[in-house]
Design a protein around this ligand. Sequence first.
Ligand code: KIV
Ligand code: ZN
Length: 379
Amino acid sequence: MSQRIYIFDTTLRDGEQVPGSQLTTDEKIVVAKELERLGVDIIEAGFPISSPGDFQSVVAISKAVSEPVICALSRAKKEDIDAAGEALKYAKRGRIHTGIGSSDIHIRNKFNSTREQILEQAVAAVKHARSYVEDVEFYAEDAGRADLQFLAQLTEAVIAAGATVVNLPDTTGYCLPDEYGKKIKYIYENVSNVHQAIISIHCHNDLGLATANTLAGIQNGARQVEVTINGIGERAGNTSLEEVVMALKVHKELGFETGIDAKRLYPISQLVSEMMRMPVQANKAIVGRNAFAHSSGIHQDGFLKHAENYEIMTPQEVGVPKSSIVLTARSGRHALKHRLELLGYRYDKPTLDTLYKRFLDMADVRKEVNDKDLMELIR
Ligand code: KIV
Ligand code: ZN
């Protein structure tokens, strides 16, 4: 039987940190309700201490959404945790996500602190958060660059203090997949109480490795993944939800499943892109404009013979209406014939050869040949 991976969506928190992507409370409710329909397990709704608007959004989402756990972010500070606890008052199931830097770089240069003090502050934060909610997630910020032994010590201490989930983020997107996977494995092998909590992973995409690192984390024991729609987030972004979900779905042999309704991936990608003013790059995996578009003659011919030759999933599986054949100067006769037939025109071979020559001349000039152009060609 497959093992369940919990999907923690942080589009409305880490994703919303993208400059120019801020949403109003009403807009956040629209996105949160779509995330609920999509089937995410946890929605990180905001960072309540950061502004009155964010506080209000966490309150409003807690009231509007009932199925997923609603999570609020805080630093390991009493006033932050109090704000998060207050904001979650109306959540059916609320979670406080509290934490602090765990790498020596952060401990020294950000907190001017010591490992001992960080440990104490982390334990105190978890205990205080537990006075508000039973479900407390601790994040060891910059775990990707943290000393392994210290990370294990910190993980053990916060679980003993009551953390139900421990998040080991690659905050700066520094790790390589093998390295990150080994880090998670080390935690499983060296933290005595690790099975009392869920290990979560949260990767950033600074080296374009967020999805690969997330998959490595899962394969080494992590059971919660922190992701965003379209991979939006700080700097180069976070791990993209749709990529992880489909990687696990396409590779069933890995033995993992999620609660995501994949047919809703494309619609929610479009919604988030529009509302957060973040265009999706054309070649974005799963949801980009070209993800199911076939352009070269060799690919088009193979695709038309049997879609599986060039597609590892159907577009319908992820909510994209259909694959497309883009007619360019790289297209072959097979693609042209196919498109003409869709338009209702069938030709014998010599006529098709003549049309194909004219089509290539036109494609060299117009770059992409659409149905209107084809009608002109026929005339
Ligand atoms: O990247 C990060 O470390 C974070 C934490 C706040 C979880 O976003
Ligand atoms: Zn982050």
